[in-house]
Design a protein around this ligand. Sequence first.
Ligand code: BG6
Ligand code: MG
Length: 218
Amino acid sequence: MIQAAIFDLDGVIVDTAHYHFIAWKRLAKELGIDFTEKENEQLKGVSRMRSLEIILDLGNLRLSHEEMERLATKKNKWFVEYINAMKPDEIFPGVKGLIQEIRSNGIKVALASSSKNADTVLNLLGIKDYFDAIVDGTMIKHSKPDPEIFLLAAKKVNIPPADCLVFEDAEAGVEAAIAARMKCVGVGSTDQLGKADLVIEKTGDFKMEQLQILNLKS
Ligand code: BG6
Ligand code: MG
């Protein structure tokens, strides 16, 4: 029985995934690397440093650790500039209502984001108190596809992993949920997220009846 819902943040609750993409694209351009939206799928859910490594690999570039730190900081500065202009109404339609409905059914709700900016984003959206527990990129050693973040979120809400349902827009996130032995709803396209138990186009499309169906799946 699903007793906890664990939400990813970027791309599931708000379109910050797009801001990550344009900040990385800007950096890639400076480095003379062509970086497409399709390639960006690999960056979703993974840590800042891992994302930079993927971009450098695309351009066959090898840089020192210091230079990589400098570039990651630069990208983050741009990303923070973009999100600071964000308004609370940029939260995806139906998400607040969905979280409230889940909680009113006695199900715990946690946030599990690989981002070190998650706290800033939640404050900007004014939704911190929608969650029973919050886990972000500052609290984990290994980012998705490692299951660490979801296992920690489950621990924080005191629910066994098998009774948790993850909402994810990243392939790495779906893999992390599977590795944590949790059920998973993919938010996006079946092409990318086909390994999830259910794929919906938008988070707000999820219906409580689908939770009952997921409960019946072994
Ligand atoms: C994840 C995003 O939520 O956070 C990734 O999907 C991002 O694209 C990662 O790289 C790390 O974010 P940040 O804010 O710590 O650079
Ligand atoms: Mg995401």
